[in-house]
Design a protein around this ligand. Structure first.
Ligand code: PEP
Ligand code: MG
Length: 571
């Protein structure tokens, strides 16, 4: 039964700071302790008032220490340390002096405590993100002391006899550290950021958490919610099916991440190198962490999107070398600047007004008008590769015909680059790939642009999403033609568009004859697992079925029906 209600009304969004999903009834942390009225004065016995204030602070410190010991008992050493630090704050002699001085001026104990904490609070709040996050710790000590002095309920976590989702404005360490992870299935807070204690402790405890979630404190006590700590969502009144699906997805993904390791290959051992798409050295760590065997697309224009002047040769060389160094035994495929259309570079403007920039001077067309920029980039690449053991391959974007391919191969050779290639993203290049294969060493199919141009659907227009689908059988036909031409010429043919990161389509692409896949790093484990569960023959059958389909949707469905391992993986 499809979901009939508007999803927006049933879903809250915040920042996911601790992954996993948790579902259960909401328990809201007790409301704030009231602020003692400004100007409240004691009856004249300053000594008794002072003693009451200090006793309250000492009782809070002792309680925090007791909680620290309980946290240590459940193995929560982070929680223990935080609580002991809070106990120290409660016993701070400077704080006690400030409270005593205010009481000496006639201020009532509760108000004196409140005001003395206020001074510390301001100091912390203005002292950078990390210390500002400690403000919640300080407020918690204050509220506990004030609650004792006013005789009102202590703030903190409510009792519950069933597992629950804890919702609060913000969570103090005193609340979270003694929680039983078996009882708390998720945290959701209105305030907080990635460095707040809620986030740190939630991660330590392995409890899913969403912070900075507007509207969460208005959820009625007892309402069932589904919290996704990776996506940062809180679904109100989820169906059993939605809860099951979320749990299955998390379990499947965790299993995939654990089991999918090593070089990419089909179940029967047909190697398909899995490479990463990067936009600069900052993306290398994630690529390595996800097991990339190299880089299949280095989008060099991403380094320079905000530049008014061309980057210096030395700066380029440095940015290229850093990526090459990360893959000493692998290959790194660098794409020369793909300026124009959706990626304009201020230092490479089109020569005139372009009514259709995607059909205008972009990619290699643009670089041919700026031979100095092309030569400088190729020179920087050659120098970066000279001291590296990685295999450098360099390709041009937006190549249309064999003449352009030959021009680029010559420019590479002139710069001392041995492995020139071209992207196949213009339908003309795919259809006549056999001509291009005679000029360069490899192809890399850019399915994003190939789909845009095959279907005449601007990638930037949200309304044409159904035509910007690489499952369109016409796009699959073009991929097949290019891959076959490459194979006939003994050349490798990869895919580096988004299609390569779709586990089902990745299998189909391999079945079409694609020899490597490059994608955003987070997709690597999923694609690795999908390939490992299917033979090359299964991939080929799925590819045939997809090409025989009349629509993108039917292509997807008919391929999936022949790739049973996807459902096993929950993909
Ligand atoms: C593509 O077009 O598929 C591609 C990989 O290049 P970009 O997305 O950078 O245009
Ligand atoms: Mg492209």
């Amino acid at each position: 039964m499809p979901d009939q209600e508007a999803p927006a009304a049933r879903m809250l969004r915040g920042a996911g700071v601790s992954p996993g999903v948790g579902a259960g009834p909401v328990r809201v942390v007790a409301g704030a302790v009231p602020e003692p009225p400004a100007g409240a004065r004691h009856g004249g016995d300053a000594e008794a008032e002072r003693a009451a204030a200090l006793a309250a602070l000492e009782a809070v410190a002792a309680d925090l220490e007791a909680r620290a010991a309980r946290a240590a008992d459940v193995g929560n050493t982070d929680g223990r340390d935080v609580l002991n630090a809070q106990a120290l704050m409660a016993r701070d002699p400077g704080l006690a002096d400030a409270v005593a001085a205010k009481i000496g001026d006639g201020t009532a104990a509760a108000r004196a405590v409140f005001e003395a904490f206020g001074t510390y609070r301001e100091l912390l709040a203005g002292a950078g993100e990390y210390l500002a996050a400690r403000v919640a710790d300080l407020d918690d000590i204050r509220d506990r002391a004030v609650a004792r002095l006013l005789g009102v309920p202590m703030p903190g976590v409510p009792e519950s006899d069933e597992p629950f989702v804890l919702v609060a404005r913000d969570l103090a360490p005193a609340d979270t550290a003694v929680l039983d992870p078996a009882m708390v299935v998720a945290f959701v807070t209105l305030e907080g950021g990635p460095t707040s204690h809620t986030a740190i402790l939630a991660r330590t405890m392995g409890v899913p958490a969403v912070v900075a979630c507007p509207g969460c404190t208005e959820i009625a006590e007892g309402t069932r919610v589904l919290v996704d700590g990776a996506a940062g969502t809180v679904r109100i009144d989820p169906s059993d099916e939605q809860v099951r699906a979320a749990r299955d997805a998390v379990a499947a993904r965790a299993a995939i991440l654990e089991s999918a390791t090593g070089p990419g290959a089909t179940k029967d051992g047909h190697a398909v190198p899995l490479l990463a798409n990067v936009g600069g050295p900052q993306d290398v760590a994630a690529a390595v962490a996800n097991g990339a065997e190299g880089v299949g697309l280095y989008r060099t224009e991403f380094l320079f999107l905000d530049r008014a002047a061309p980057p210096s040769a030395a700066e380029q060389e440095d940015a290229y070398r850093k990526v090459l160094e990360a893959f000493p035994k692998g290959k790194v495929v660098v794409r020369t600047l793909d300026a124009g259309a959706d990626k304009p570079l201020a230092f490479l403007p089109p020569p005139g007004e372009e009514p259709n920039p995607a059909l205008g001077e972009r990619g290699l067309r643009m670089l041919r008008g700026h031979p100095d920029v092309l030569a400088e980039q190729l020179g920087a690449l050659a120098r970066a590769a000279a001291g590296s053991t990685a295999r450098l391959e360099v390709m041009a974007p937006m190549v249309t015909d064999a003449e352009e391919a030959a021009f680029f191969a010559q420019a590479c050779r002139d710069a001392g680059i041995d492995h020139p290639g071209v992207m196949i993203e213009v339908p003309a290049a795919a259809l006549r790939a056999r001509d291009l294969a005679a000029e360069v060493e490899f192809f890399s199919i850019g399915t994003n642009d190939l789909t845009q141009y095959a279907c005449a659907a601007d990638r930037q227009l949200g309304g044409l999403a159904h035509l910007q689908d690489p499952w369109q059988p016409a796009v699959l036909d073009l991929v097949a033609v290019a891959a076959q031409a490459a194979a006939d010429a003994g050349r490798p043919c990869g895919v580096c568009g988004e299609a390569g990161g779709d586990p089902a389509l990745a299998c189909v692409l391999v079945g079409l004859g694609v020899t490597s896949l490059s994608m955003g790093a987070p997709s690597l484990p999923l694609v690795r697992a999908a390939l490992a569960r299917h033979t090359l023959d299964q991939c080929r059958r799925a590819a045939d079925a997809a090409r025989r389909a009349r629509t993108a949707q039917l292509a997807r469905e008919s391929a999936r029906a022949l790739l049973p391992g996807l459902a096993e993986l929950g993909l």
